[in-house]
Design a protein around this ligand. Sequence first.
Ligand code: ZN
Length: 657
Amino acid sequence: MQSLWNEREAAEHKGDLAQRVYTSRLLGRDPSLVLHGGGNTSVKIHERNLVGDGEEILYVKGSGWDLECIEEAGFSPVRMSHLLRLARLTTLTDPQMVNELVTHLTRAAAPAPSVETILHALLPHKYVDHTHSDAVLAVTNTAGGEKRIAEIYGDKVVIIPYTMPGFDLARLCAELFPRQAGKNTIGMVLLKHGIFSFGATAQESYERMIQLVDLAELYLARHNAWHLERAAHASGKSAQRAEIAALRQQVSRAAGNPMVMATHQDARIPSFVRRADLATVSQQGPATPDHAIRTKRVPLLGRDVDAYAQTYRAYFAQHAPQAKDAKTMLDPAPRVVLDASLGMCAIGRSARDAGIVADLYRHTMDVIERATLLGGYQALPARDIFEVEYWDLEQAKLRKAGTPPLFAGEIALVTGAASGIGKACVDALLARGAAVVGLDIDKRIETLHQRQDFLGIRCDVTAHAEVIAALEAAARGYGGLDILILNAGIFPGGTAIAALASEAWRKAMSVNLDANLLLLRECHPLLKLAPRGGRVAVIGSKNVPAPGPGAAAYSASKAALTQLARVAALEWGADNIRINTLHPHAVFDTGIWSDEVLAARAAHYGLTVDQYKKNNVLKIAVTSRDVAELAAEMCGPLFAKTTGAQVPVDGGNERVI
Ligand code: ZN
């Protein structure tokens, strides 16, 4: 383990708190130390308040901040004198502790201080660093872990037996630390939880963390438990989209909400999921209780979601008999699935959550494999893991999680998504919480958004193999398909029938009609498995009810598409799939309206371009965003009882009305 301390960078961080920010970020850069909000750091600073009194303030990491990108505002300033008095109490309930921490801040807008705040206050050092280091956990989560830690560190660390994080842990450390600490003590190991280091400067505390973790890594290496064998190949088979979507449907049913499920099949996965002892090593519990909140205690092996849910309910009933109804119980759906053929499926309420679960479980796999090589992985008893899971549920109630977004946990696919109405649909769906797969023949789709809930795929929707590959990627990325927006289309320009080439006619039919048959047919098995029922929005055209001269190929292809959608509505109602069509008109911020086409159409009607743009009953311009917002809403609960409908979005057209 290498120190990332850099004198030049460090010198740019002036002052005690800035130094705290700098080394916290150094810790945050290494995912084998801290991951997704795990770990915490603090610094004690003497300050003078507004009325001139000097006081000692503990700046401790606030909840909701990751060490990797923490700023000064991410540290919560709590009055030390009060924290030290709290530490002398014999009991303090969690809600009381949370209340005391928040009411003794010196900045009203600060984030809630970490639950390990009192512990930080107790340690008699200016800087304190805490991580859930993989290497340290691999040693502590082994038979004889405590002995091994003593052997590695001698009198360098104080060893604390496992206790639930919070006030009880702080109390225990208050009792054990002064008894065990000596002049060589530079850290503290919490068995089956993590490690602390401390020092007089940010650099000293950080370098000690690196030194202590390095000793654990060297110990693992000496015992042939550091290097992990990896399979040479990824595990994936070619066509798994229907299997994946079926599994996601089961998981979503158990969770009571649609869930995103990301399937991972890179080379790291098969060496773990195909272990002969998988059923033993994977079913003991997470490496540190902190992970249990996201990953649940154990993964599901195979695909029997119902059996997993039943076991989970029994586990809950055993440990919290008072919590029987749905409101006081966690959902019993797995968050990690290990399957010999699918690999690792990571599950969350959003693509971001599923990403966090995957990262945490990758580190769990490392810890389990190294601990197994060292002599046998041993997690905490279920009872201790449960306390943390249940505690988080209580905290969630205190935080009063707001209403989830409309399409939370759902997956949408949009064609022609790189520009115009399609791009606006992507934005409308992302804004409503869906994970979105955007297809476009334009390569720019691949870089349209850099975010975990968007996957841009270059795809010619008229090419069968490309559409299939895109659906496979969508299923692996997010777990299936709930919403389909058929938007890709071409407008070949004004040509009278007398001059219309067969080639131009066939091209319009191929993109505007044939490609959509292919998409509907191939998406149907996935839409059928959507937890809340599948929804399709088809972007038609005003030209369907009111065609114009010179647009024969376009009008005919869109009319046939509308008819196709109506038949689909009839056929798919029994599968709980709704399909509705929008007829936009005069939307000029789209890819098909070049300035030339626009000028030609305006001239055709004897209008200026501006008159032509607002040439409707309401005299208003219709934008891509207007169409996209309506398309998104038509996939939501407002249109839950509507299928096979055609809705104009055209500012009012006399020929349509
Ligand atoms: Zn911790």
